[in-house]
Design a protein around this ligand. Sequence first.
Ligand SMILES: NC(=O)c1ccc[n+]([C@@H]2O[C@H](COP(=O)([O-])OP(=O)(O)OC[C@H]3O[C@@H](n4cnc5c(N)ncnc54)[C@H](O)[C@@H]3O)[C@@H](O)[C@H]2O)c1
Length: 340
Amino acid sequence: MLNVCVLGCGRAGMIHARSYAGSVAGARLIALCDPVAGVRNAAAAELDVNRCYADWQEALADTDIDAVIVVTPTGLHHDIVVAAAAAGKHVFCEKPMASSEKECDEMIAACARAGVKLQIGFMRRFDESIRHAKEAVDAGEIGDVVLVKSLTRGPSRPKDWMYDVRASYGPIGEVSSHDLDMLRWFAGSEVASVYAIGGNFRSPEVAGDHPEWYDSFAMTLSFDDGKLGMIDGAQYVRYGYDARLEVLGTHGSILVGQQPREAYTVARPDGSVRRPMNDSWTYLFREAYVHEAQAFVDAIAHGTEPLATGHDGKMAVRLVNMGLASLLGHTVVFDTEEHP
Ligand SMILES: NC(=O)c1ccc[n+]([C@@H]2O[C@H](COP(=O)([O-])OP(=O)(O)OC[C@H]3O[C@@H](n4cnc5c(N)ncnc54)[C@H](O)[C@@H]3O)[C@@H](O)[C@H]2O)c1
């Protein structure tokens, strides 16, 4: 049995904590950590966990804990992951992996040095529909991949801190880290260049204080091997949570998306058709999170490489930075680094 501690019991932390509290074979949730007493106590009561820490350093000193799930605000990921590896804990870390590529490199090196696993939270790789699409692409069902298109749009009003895009990256980082990972995964190649445009269409009242804020963007990408990529992303769309993916091949295409909330459709005499819209990532990807957790535990048990590695996390951080630089600078941004 792998003894797991979840660090950070907020929105995403509780999804992971619930998985480890009952749905993951070979692992059990033995501890929780959150500095906010109310959050910590509510999580402990719901999940019947009696080992609770306010300070992540105390949690890392607990020798009964074999693995940590890092779901704190992104700015803390680096310090916690480096210390967790040094303490010999296997690490699952949410995306975005860190605030810079340098931090990502240090996290990867710390885990390699300690001989512990490092998996990044790209749960879409574990979504059943997306996995079927990947298997079909890998089996050559649509020929060679030409173009990968992905979009993510979130319904909610941005939190106040997000309007500073130098701190939050805006929707390129907040919602589209996952799209960038999907493009790399399906293309099987690294990105060579990025061009992004965007604007503030829904919150004119914040434009004075935050002239750089954009709530919607469109991005085109080219890959090292010539493949093409497109992403659109947005926040505060109100109508629901929307995540779609299309892969165009030389002789076919694959579409994943427009998953309704419920499996019913209302058709009316006036010709209108209504399907309940999916409203949250927590619902759309609920099973993917459990599969993702199971894969982490299995990778530890079998000594195999996780499906979403530290390198994948680092490359997504690089692409988010390139995308924001392109959008703010009104220019194409090229990746000049060597790709391994
Ligand atoms: N994979 C996904 O789809 C997905 C979805 C949502 C969030 N995330 C990522 O997960 C992370 C958390 O996001 P969230 O939306 O759950 O945020 P949140 O604000 O809801 O939760 C963060 C929690 O961390 C706690 N925390 C703060 N400082 C801490 C510390 N020093 N030690 C331990 N806990 C601490 C906070 O009290 C809070 O309960 C972010 O990196 C975010 O980008 C990923």
